[in-house]
Design a protein around this ligand. Structure first.
Ligand code: SER
Length: 342
């Protein structure tokens, strides 16, 4: 049975009761078959047990993709179904990844509004109803062309010009509103992610995706056609840092989080710098540039680097991987994966 709380403190929610009884939290991850879900699930399952971490997505998991624990097919735009999952599975923490990224969002604006904004409303209302802890990432895409581009602080001008960015500003503001509302006091936690580089999973529909695709093309073909200008500098991060940071933020005691939306940064590079680093492993790599005006315009509107000193101060965030370590690790993993597929 769950406490259905509209006012925290009036009685204990399921999450708090589980903590007090020493039981691990029950966690639901939405959008779980994207770039981050399976890796986060693996990390959380090793801490809390396979069965306590449920991966979900609106498409069916192909065999092997959902890892070592439960998978539920679930569309975040269907409130009643999602409500049933949260209730029946006794969920305590919700990690909300389901979203359309920047480039695909511009092609499917109505769907992006439905999923990114409508889906978030559903998740937020369930967070309030069942007194959950909610982690939802934001992004460098929540900034826009009028934002200061270097060492961008947490609090600054946010006028994004993509539907993805607009929906993420909405997430940040509504989540913070529900948190500070005296009746709701929702435990909302949000980190603004840079572009994420991963060797075992692929991104889809983003502007920063080139930084992953180039590894596959370099290793398989020794050639890559990049859709961004060689001097386009963007903030990036290796997936292990992103997953560790997410878990650390999920764990941080609530009163330690002086803010509810934090920048999370690691390093920044241009396509040209990544090519040079990758050529240490693939010396014959040749890259040409055929600029996609849509993605170039998006990238040009984003910060070059983020200031994440508040995350470091409040919950101890610190990245481990730099460009050299990321490139070496990505190269090794993708080589291994390609060899396995042969
Ligand atoms: N990786 C995302 C994108 O490119 C940014 O958060 O859309």
């Amino acid at each position: 049975m769950h406490a259905i709380a509209t006012r925290r403190g009036s009685f204990l929610g399921s999450s708090m009761r589980r903590w007090l009884s020493g039981k691990p939290p029950r966690i639901l991850i939405t959008g779980g078959l994207g770039q981050l879900g399976t890796e986060l699930a693996q990390c959380l399952r090793s801490k809390y047990g396979n069965d306590n971490v449920i991966l979900s997505d609106n498409k069916e998991a192909e065999s092997g993709t959902s890892g070592s624990g439960p998978f539920i097919r679930c569309d975040v735009t269907d409130f009643d179904y999602l409500d049933g999952v949260v209730k029946n599975e006794g969920i305590d923490w919700l990690v909300h990844f389901a979203t359309l990224l920047s480039a695909i969002g511009e092609k499917k604006v109505d769907e992006a509004i439905r999923v990114n904004i409508g889906g978030f409303h559903n998740v937020l209302n369930l967070t309030r109803k069942y007194n959950l802890r909610l982690f939802c990432p934001s992004t460098i895409g929540a900034f826009g062309p009028s934002t200061p581009r270097i060492d961008t602080p947490d609090l600054t001008i946010q006028r994004p010009n993509t539907i993805y960015g607009v929906s993420k500003v909405h997430v940040e503001l509504l989540g913070e509103y529900y948190h500070q509302h005296p009746e709701y006091q929702v435990d909302f936690r949000c980190a603004r992610f840079p572009g994420i580089l991963s060797g075992n999973t692929l991104p889809g529909g983003g502007t920063t995706d080139y930084a992953v695709h180039i590894f596959y093309e370099a290793i398989k073909r020794g050639r890559y056609t990049c859709y961004l200008r060689p001097d386009t500098r963007l903030p990036m991060m290796y997936i292990d840092d992103c997953i560790r940071g997410t878990v650390e933020m999920l764990h941080a005691p609530s009163d330690q989080l002086k803010m509810r939306t934090y920048n999370m940064a690691a390093f920044s590079f241009t396509p040209d710098q990544l090519v040079k680093e990758l050529q240490k492993y693939v010396p014959h790599l040749k890259v040409d540039y055929v600029i996609d005006p849509v993605r170039q315009k998006i990238a040009d509107s984003w910060p070059e680097s983020l200031n994440d000193s508040n995350a470091t101060r409040d919950w101890g965030w610190k990245h481990d991987y730099d460009l050299a370590k990321t490139t070496r690790t990505m190269y090794d993993i993708i080589m291994r994966n390609i060899d396995k597929d042969k």
